[in-house]
Design a binder for this molecule. Structure first.
Ligand code: UDP
Length: 322
């Protein structure tokens, strides 16, 4: 049995949908940002909070858990700058409690959702896992702290883990049964599609004076299904004891600026956007593009879907559900 913490959220629910095809799955989620409708019906769903040890204890007492995938976290750069306490509590303290409980129950396999925000403002064109980590916001900092805890737990208690550093995840699964649904929405692609779908009057571009060719921030967008598949490979490698500890970037290796994303959304939807250029958003680095060669070399994972696939699938989901 595999425990997926945060399995009702955007990323967790896509993973669960794939994982139930090969494993028994229990999902723990407090539904603070996730949705019960997003949890695949083949998984057992426990509504509860990581901060409540009795719920975690109940799961570990009831099910024979072989490995834990941990998706439950706050993940908004801007919010983390305004409210760091929330990020250190939910992302660091809650994860530490989970790891403590896992140690007690001798569950020693863990997959952790980390982020490109751990790199901060790297001065390189493509970021590999050796790039120094200097987060520039509390969100990235909170994820890096957990990475450090994991390394120490591996060294001292034999924890086996895989850290996956996500770049910008977007898109929806091919059936458009589940997709990105945050309230409030802050991510670029769903915001553009909400606007082009008629739910917003305009799009704000946060900063046009970055040191990039068109002045807007560049990101590496990865399709949610590619991301979910990377987790399946990492889990398999952990369960088969092929890896003990590893950190991998998950991205496509292609950078797109905010303006390019808007243009691609316009082209796919056939609609014209009303764009307003505004101030930079606090905590945003100019450019984050992954080098994901390491996970290809070690686990054979490579992104299969490109920016067109990402936006087309997000638009399909959007049209069906909004
Ligand atoms: N962005 C923007 N307008 C928006 C939302 C986002 O210009 O309404 C920009 C944001 O400043 C960043 C990029 O789009 O440069 C991606 O932001 P998002 O919040 O999607 O992901 P992040 O990179 O923060 O994880």
């Amino acid at each position: 049995m595999i425990l997926v913490v945060g399995g009702a959220g955007y990323i967790g629910s896509h993973l669960v949908k794939e994982l139930v095809k090969s494993q028994d799955v229990v999902v723990l989620d407090n539904l603070s940002t996730g949705h019960s409708w997003a949890v695949n019906t083949r998984a057992i769903f426990v509504q509860g909070d990581l901060g409540d040890p009795t719920t975690v204890q109940y799961i570990f007492d009831t099910y024979k858990i072989e490995a834990v995938l941990h998706f439950a976290a706050c993940s908004l750069v801007g919010e983390s700058v305004i409210n760091p306490l929330k990020y250190y509590e939910n992302n660091v303290v809650a994860t530490l409690n989970l790891l403590k409980m896992m140690k007690q129950y001798q569950i020693n396999k863990f997959i952790f959702s980390s982020t490109a925000a751990t790199y901060g403002m790297p001065n390189v064109d493509d970021i590999d896992e050796e790039t120094p980590t200097h987060p520039i916001n509390p969100y990235g900092q909170s994820k890096l702290m957990v990475e450090q805890i994991l390394a120490d737990f591996a060294h001292s208690y034999g924890l086996k883990y895989v850290v996956l550093r996500y770049f910008n995840v977007a898109g929806a699964d091919e059936t458009a049964e589940i997709g990105e649904s945050h309230d409030p929405e802050t991510h670029l692609i769903p915001i553009i599609l909400q606007h082009l779908g008629g739910q917003r009057d305009y799009i704000s571009v946060f900063g046009t004076d970055y040191d990039t060719p068109d002045g807007t921030c560049i990101r590496d967008y990865i399709h949610i299904t590619d991301l979910a598949n990377a987790h399946l490979l990492a889990l398999e490698a952990l369960l088969e004891n092929r890896i003990a500890t590893a950190t991998y970037n998950l991205g496509n290796g292609d950078g797109y600026s905010v303006k390019q994303i808007i243009e691609t959304c316009e082209q796919i939807t056939g609609k014209k956007a009303n764009v307003q250029n505004v101030e930079r958003r606090s905590g945003d680095p100019a450019k984050l593009v992954a080098n994901a060669d390491k996970i290809y070399a070690e686990l054979g994972w490579k992104a299969q879907l490109d920016i067109q696939d990402i936006i087309k699938s997000a638009w399909r989901w959007h049209k069906k559900h909004f």
